[in-house]
Design a protein around this ligand. Sequence first.
Ligand code: 4AD
Ligand code: MG
Length: 463
Amino acid sequence: MPNIRHGAVACANLRTMSTTETPAPLLSRPQVYIEDVARNLDAYDGKEVNIKGWLYNKRSSGKLHFLEVRDGTGILQCVMFVKDVSAELFARADHLPQETSLVVSGKVRLDKRSPLGFELGLTGMEVVAEPTKEYPISPKEHGVAFLMDQRHLWLRSRRQHAILRVRAEIVAAVRRYFDSHGFTLVDAPIFTPAACEGTTNLFEVGYFDQKAYLTQSGQLYMEAAAMALGKVYCLGPTFRAEKSKTRRHLTEFWMVEPEVAYLDLTGVMDLAEDFVVSVVEQVLANRRRELEVLERDITKLELVKKPFPRITYEEAIGLLQKAGKETKFGDDFGGDEETVISEHFDRPVMIHHYPAEIKAFYMKRDPQNPKLALGVDLIGPEGYGEIIGGGQREEDLARIEASVEAHGLPREAFEWYLDLRRYGSVPHGGFGLGIERTVSWICGLHHVRETIPFPRMLERLTP
Ligand code: 4AD
Ligand code: MG
């Protein structure tokens, strides 16, 4: 049989609460994963398999128990027919609480009605551990605050499982894209001596006898790396002491940041567009089932094709004013404005040439109009907001020195960064894509809190 992952080491000396008198306990026999069977239905049809997992849900009708068993790769309907097992086992199955860990064995039966394409006709079952307390999350509706407190358990639910799988696929797709386009992965530090994205939302930490800050962005280090390696990217956690309680803000989020030597603003936009199309395509190809669990309208994602509309900040202001917003030149866009702009387009839109004043210190100014910065934001469709921020960097020593000063940044902490303009400075640029905002968009989730396994927000540090 192809592609069968076997369980880790057989745990023969693990004490089990087996009620059957099988020669070798099911727990010590090799395991097959639900997803592997679903992918190789022809090979498994009619075969006897052993699945190790947890009881997700259960219903009974006289002679039949329907046990929904999850194993981390899927949730499978297992049918226990009174005639196929001992009376003792049949009775036991009737009283198993949700989240009992168990091993089931049975025959793979193809079934077109099942989302997995098969069900299991049970012939054996072993309980590994029965919960010592009633499981707090039942299939009924719970409030978000309660579920967030139970996040360590909530991850087991069907929707959360699907989200985490899409998230993992997005991260894998991101890496595949850059790894296959000549980029070198360069890891950025987490402890940093200075701000990158403004000084108002820095997390300060004690660092022996000095102060350090949790990184807001790996960009400055990627600029150094790009001068060494040409095309680089980092992917890691970043931190913002965001006091805002919006559906798009976390205090700890993951960002992927490519940076390229000899790249101008147009090149940055071309790269962002090609990259986002590729990530969406890969998720559609590999995680369709999970998107269906999430009831995501996939036709909307299928529209994510090149070219993405590109509009200037000034044009965006025009769209907002036409929609009755009072936004004027010089205002930054918040979530509401981004939503209004995104409603004009069926795919992501790139907004470029922002007023330099509202952008970060490192942005290159437009030589034709120094009031404007060569920056770009990519706004997701359907109101998912800013997903990418980036642009071309200031490569001129005198101008970047002036900008460090104008932004009130501590010059000493930036000397190394200024060296990049002293020794072989070149035009360069890049961007940062927020993983959680991307997961939120692709999964169709209202709030970013469900896009990361253990969210950190203004009022949440646990579990
Ligand atoms: O626009 P930002 O602040 O850009 C930077 O940090 C640049 N240094 C990136 C670069 O050019 N290398 O952040 C980039 C992206 C945003 O578009 C958004 O997707 C995400 O990071 N992001 C957040 N996601 C969740 N919570 C927050 N508080 C976020 N802040 C930014
Ligand atoms: Mg931004």
